[in-house]
Design a protein around this ligand. Sequence first.
Ligand code: AP5
Ligand code: MG
Ligand code: ZN
Length: 214
Amino acid sequence: MKIVMLGAPGAGKGTQAKMIAAKYEVPHISTGDIFRANIKNGTELGRKAKEYMDQGLLVPDELTVDLVIDRLSQEDCKKGYILDGFPRTIPQAEALDAALAKRGEKMDYAIDVDVPDENIVNRMSGRRACTGCGATYHIVHNPSGKGDVCEVCGEVLVLRDDDKPETVQKRLTVYHDQTQPLIDYYTTQGILKAVDGTQDMNDVFTAITKILEA
Ligand code: AP5
Ligand code: MG
Ligand code: ZN
């Protein structure tokens, strides 16, 4: 099962990807999480990525594509994976398809979690991310049972640097310009499935499982 999650920043890609990964026992691969781990560990990649991320811009394809293609060749990806936040540009999607084709493989589903821009800024300002394990909460919709620390690992929860309202606006503009064209790209391939991402997160998940089990 090879799945691409599409959707605006804050649509709930990560939330749903984690639930799908747990249910179907395939790895959840988030380029955003990989970059944030590199920033936290002070790597050269993290330093470069942060310059773009803090402005709400995309990290250049040169820093992103090989990283993901390498990850997909690891042992745990043999029975499938969920890509969250990649591809994000047409060149990234083409590079992914080319790498898959070399192995005689192809993507099975592109799931678009559809949420209008009006709902996004509000969602992002309530998001809290774990600095330890990357778990995601929302102060209203999905609070941690342990207040301002993570239920899973006990580390402190923070507002992401790029979740300030001005930066969220920029990320939305970048999404519409550079990432939304992927909806047509995967529609043409016949694998696009859209779900209403404004529903309760468990209802979104039910809609996704229906697609995957149809
Ligand atoms: P990334 O980390 O991928 O951020 P994003 O796409 O902007 O998406 P988010 O993680 O903000 O949102 P999400 O859809 O995962 O929503 P979530 O589940 O958390 O990328 C960050 C940056 O890295 C980019 O801006 C770019 O610079 C760089 N980057 C990453 N990949 C790249 C690539 N391939 N190429 C170039 N650059 C790249 O949910 C959001 C909130 O809403 C949470 O608080 C959640 O609890 C809540 N929520 C979720 N679902 C619901 C629901 N149904 N109802 C109510 N609340 C909900
Ligand atoms: Mg995410
Ligand atoms: Zn944690």
